[in-house]
Design a protein around this ligand. Structure first.
Ligand code: PRP
Length: 211
């Protein structure tokens, strides 16, 4: 007897790479790969239901138990700070969470009374500078964060760096690495107990795909 498992996936590359792994396990992902405007995608042959959501919403769905499993970047998980059970590092989506800015942290364009950090990750930034005992002002942005120092809005950024091309193109560089990032499989703690066998089968299946 297979329980129906609901999986929350971050729309885009992380979802596509999750489908690659599931297909290698013999699960037909043709419907969730091409969802159109449909938000809930059922694959009855595998007792699976997918919901495709914004990355930052994946921890919310799993924490509330409306999704049993989720695939999301370690950066998003750290920022969300929810009590989820992280079961696997899936390896893909690898990048680094970094502090970046002009060399030696000096912003040639402007001086601020309080050191300013532009970021999509206010909680991580608060923790990072809190550990250093530094007082900062957080400027929350939702994209093109590199603009912060370039245009004089902030001194540095805390953001993900993948190839480093965006930093380079804007005259910025990595000043410190906060942590490495990759896609993680997370589980709802209650589902792990109530749907134990099905959850374990899925976790083991994905684990067997890891190189
Ligand atoms: C991400 C990130 C950096 C860039 C890093 O932005 O916020 O801007 O990718 O990648 P790179 O090191 O390979 O240049 P994304 O492309 O998701 O768009 P956004 O800036 O609108 O968030």
């Amino acid at each position: 007897m297979h329980d129906l498992l609901t999986m929350a996936l971050a729309k885009g590359r992380l979802a596509d790479q999750t489908f690659d792994m599931l297909e290698a396990m013999g699960i037909d992902c043709s419907l969730p790969r091409n969802p159109g405007r449909q938000l809930v995608l059922d694959v009855p042959s595998a007792s699976l239901r997918f919901i495709l959501v914004k990355p930052s919403d994946v921890p919310t769905y799993v924490d509330h138990g409306v999704a049993d499993l989720g695939v999301v970047g370690a950066d998003t998980l750290l920022e969300a700070g929810r009590p989820l059970y992280e079961v696997l590092d899936l390896g893909f989506g690898a990048c680094r969470l970094c502090i970046a800015g002009y060399p030696r942290r000096t912003n040639p364009t402007v001086q601020h009374a309080t050191f300013r950090v532009a970021t999509k990750y206010p909680n991580i930034a608060r923790q990072y500078y809190g550990r250093m005992g530094e007082t900062i002002e957080i400027i929350e942005l939702h994209g093109s964060v590199e603009l912060g120092p370039v245009i004089g809005l902030s001194d540095v950024i805390l953001d993900i760096v993948e190839s480093g091309a965006t930093l380079k193109a804007n005259g910025l560089e990595v000043l410190d690495e906060v942590c490495p990032v990759s896609a993680r499989l997370v589980c709802n703690r209650v589902s792990l107990k109530t749907k134990r066998e099905s959850m374990q089968r899925m976790i083991n299946g994905l684990k067997s795909q890891l190189k």
